[in-house]
Ligand binder design. Structure first.
Ligand code: COA
Length: 685
């Protein structure tokens, strides 16, 4: 092999048996940042100019073939050479170019492979165009080359779902020419390059392929059919339509003209609010686990066994998370009956999953086998972590934690799943407050992806680091929260729920409120949400509340007799006459005329501005580390639509000055931080 030459800081080239091996080395995921693009251009020039080189392989060092454009570069402005041009040059190369794919070839990475003349993949590789998840489309020729290679329908499937395909399927689709064992990838790529340079005739350039698109052109219904079959993926978001439009261009126009359509559509999306929001969410989701002062050197506590106190809905769901990853759990209850019921519910949950084919019967038994019921807290003597999920009363927590104090081994982590009680106060019931923290799960705890890790004043760094790490292990995204009433997600959304009640009383019909929030992007509006979670679950302030009155009539929402809405057997709701009467009654009691009907836009402002205001306080008080953490908590805990970016990102896009003015008009004092940022022209995110 020739000596290895640097093409740039992140790209090297070496020559072996007349084959140039071009390796990208840009950890962690070999994103195609500026220096990679510059290196690829230099490599192509070397390959073209050096007569000793007859063919080339493009691959990477580290864990993966490039996983995409460098998303971090998007917001600071991308410099030339741009990726579409780099890929055109790879494709135009007069010598055979082979992509040797492993890991996750995503986005621009896959587009580089599509620019090569041959593609060979390791068996474990995955390939995808996930740009849609960032509100974008593949803008480096992906929308034009992929349909030419695999047909419009398969290309749309990949681009509009954003889901990667495994190597075996990629081979079946014609996306790659050959799949080989992982450890044989480079040797096989060398063999392929050698075979190709011995071959005469023109190189197979994807942009010149016509067979697939000609077939697609004959299928007049293709695009309408795809959209009809995948309607859900097009709802609310704008990128899928632009992808569809670009693929239409691939089918109907010459390659160059199609590239212009792709480029125009990409620019439209790139500058859209949705893409800005989704890019923010991408990084915010990855940032929540980073806690200043806690790093790789913070010692973690090994959690090999867990105790859960309380076998109710919460306790049961929490226990399942650990059984799912093979950690044994002891569940403690006071009464045998409650314990049996709790374990029965867990079994039923697992069996339901097995019925859907997502677990085998053996998995169900393995997991159930990891759960041990007990009526005696003494059985928690040896566990590494206890999570208390008992009734929300400080007296009961005191009883539990002062018992744990005497029972648990030194070094055990003592966690509370309280959703609003003071963790610092709870920690005083033990003589080891440094071992105490909050682990706040969202219901159903085995499903919801958010875990608020609540740091008490005395929680040790190790305990917090372990909590954050453990969240990832059980498949949750951790968000660190300080101690306050409601922590982040619940505290943030309480003003939303309160405002929805006031709005209803003031005269906006429930269906107008709910539909405005559905149009904003929530799966359901706040009134329907109350019916779903149960009217007896949230207590609103005031002596006569709508929910209180409905509960007094035994209307508890979907679970019992309907609530604000009446429900048919398919759970479709219509505004309930009984709720209408209750609204009238509360209006009379409180002297509200009920004649203020808001427009959908006013509903959104009326419900969300108070949330932003609360978010600003949460941030200012240091309850959340960053605005992005609040956004993640809202998205994962309350299904805030991610294409809106979460509350804080949405506020930035919407305009902080508008929000300050709106709050003042509503008679709500804007939070100091919100006012300051608005005045400075600053932003939360
Ligand atoms: N550009 C810039 N940074 C990227 C990146 C990209 N395309 N893809 C990943 N990263 C960063 C992440 O932010 C993270 O950084 P951090 O360690 O500082 O937090 C790091 O790479 C590792 O990513 P992570 O997602 O935590 O690792 P993973 O192993 O779970 O997943 C991927 C790896 C590649 C599957 C995943 O990161 C991914 O899907 N990336 C996006 C791919 C994409 O959308 N490409 C198209 C871009 S247009």
């Amino acid at each position: 092999m020739s000596e290895t030459k640097s093409m740039s800081d992140t790209v090297t080239l070496s020559v072996e048996d007349a084959v140039a091996v071009v390796l990208i080395d840009n950890p962690p995921v070999n994103a195609l940042g500026l220096s990679v693009r510059e290196g690829l251009v230099a490599a192509i020039e070397e390959i073209e100019g050096n007569t000793d080189i007859k063919a080339a392989i493009i691959s990477a060092k580290g864990r993966t073939f490039p996983a995409g454009a460098d998303i971090a570069e998007f917001d600071i402005g991308m410099r030339e050479p741009w990726l579409p041009g780099v890929i055109d040059r790879i494709e135009a190369c007069s010598k055979p170019m082979v992509a040797a794919i492993f890991g996750t070839a995503l986005g621009g990475g896959l587009e580089v492979a599509l620019g090569c003349h041959y593609r060979i993949a390791a068996a474990s590789a995955k390939m995808g165009l996930p740009e849609v998840k960032l509100g974008l489309l593949p803008g480096a020729g992906g929308t034009q080359r992929l349909p030419r290679l695999v047909g419009a329908e398969a290309a749309l499937q990949m681009m509009i779902t954003g889901k990667p395909v495994k190597a075996a399927l990629a081979e079946q689709m014609g996306l790659v020419d050959k799949v080989v064992a992982d450890d044989a990838l480079m040797a096989e790529a060398m063999a392929m390059a050698a075979a190709m340079m011995a071959k005469d005739g023109p190189l197979p350039r994807v942009s010149e392929k016509t067979e697939m698109v000609e077939k697609d052109r004959a299928d007049a219904e293709l695009f309408d059919r795809f959209k009809a079959e995948h309607g859900r993926l097009f709802r609310d978001v704008i990128a899928p339509d632009e992808i569809l439009d670009s693929v239409k261009a691939a089918v109907n126009l010459p390659f160059r003209e199609g590239m212009s359509v792709e480029s125009a559509n990409f620019n439209k999306l790139f500058t859209s609010d949705q893409s800005r929001a989704l890019r923010h969410v991408f990084f915010a989701m990855r940032e929540t686990s980073k806690v200043p002062g806690i790093g790789k050197d913070t010692p973690l506590i090994d959690v090999k066994s867990v105790g859960v106190i309380g076998a109710g809905t919460m306790g049961g769901g929490i226990a399942m998370n650990f059984a799912n990853i093979g950690i044994p759990v002891t569940i403690v209850e006071v009464k045998q009956e409650a314990l049996d019921r709790g374990l029965g519910v867990i079994r039923k949950n697992y069996e339901n999953t097995a019925r859907k084919g997502r677990l085998t019967d053996a998995d169900v038994e393995t997991r159930m086998g990891l759960l041990t019921g007990s009526l005696d807290m003494e059985s928690l003597a040896d566990v590494d972590l206890v999570i208390e999920a008992v009734f929300e009363s400080m007296e009961i927590k005191e009883k539990v934690f002062s018992r744990l104090e005497t029972i648990c081994k030194p070094g055990a982590i003592l966690a509370s799943n309280t959703s609003f009680l003071d963790i610092n106060h709870i920690a005083t019931f033990t003589s080891r407050p440094e071992m105490v923290l909050g682990l706040h799960f969202f219901s159903p705890a085995n499903v919801m992806p958010l875990l608020e890790v609540v740091r008490g004043d005395k929680s040790s760094d190790s305990v917090i680091a372990t909590g954050m790490k453990l969240a990832g292990k059980i498949g949750k995204t951790p968000v660190l929260a300080g101690v306050c009433d409601g922590f982040i997600a619940n505290r943030l959304m309480l003003p939303y729920m309160v405002a929805s009640q006031e709005m209803l009383l003031a005269g906006t019909p429930m269906q107008v409120i709910d539909s405005a929030m559905r149009d904003y992007g929530f799966a359901m509006g706040p009134i329907a949400l109350l019916d779903l979670i149960g009217l007896d679950v949230i207590t609103f302030p005031g002596d006569m509340t709508l929910t209180g009155e409905l509960v007094a009539m035994e209307r508890r929402g979907q679970k019992l007799n309907g609530g604000f809405y009446d429900y048919d057997e398919k759970r479709r709701g219509t505004p309930a006459p009984a709720a209408h009467d209750v609204i009238e009654k509360v209006r009379r009691h409180r002297g509200i005329a009920g004649d203020v009907e808001l427009t959908p836009e006013q509903v959104v402002a009326g419900l969300l501005y108070p949330v932003i205001n609360e978010g600003a306080k949460i941030l200012d008080e240091g309850i959340a580390l960053r605005a992005g953490d609040i956004d993640v908590a809202a998205i994962l805990g309350y299904n805030w639509p991610s294409y809106q970016g979460g509350p804080m990102c949405w506020a930035d896009i919407h305009g902080l000055d508008k929000i300050v003015a709106g709050l003042e008009q509503m008679g709500i004092e804007p939070a100091a931080m919100l006012k300051k940022l608005a005045a400075e022209g600053g932003s939360f995110t």
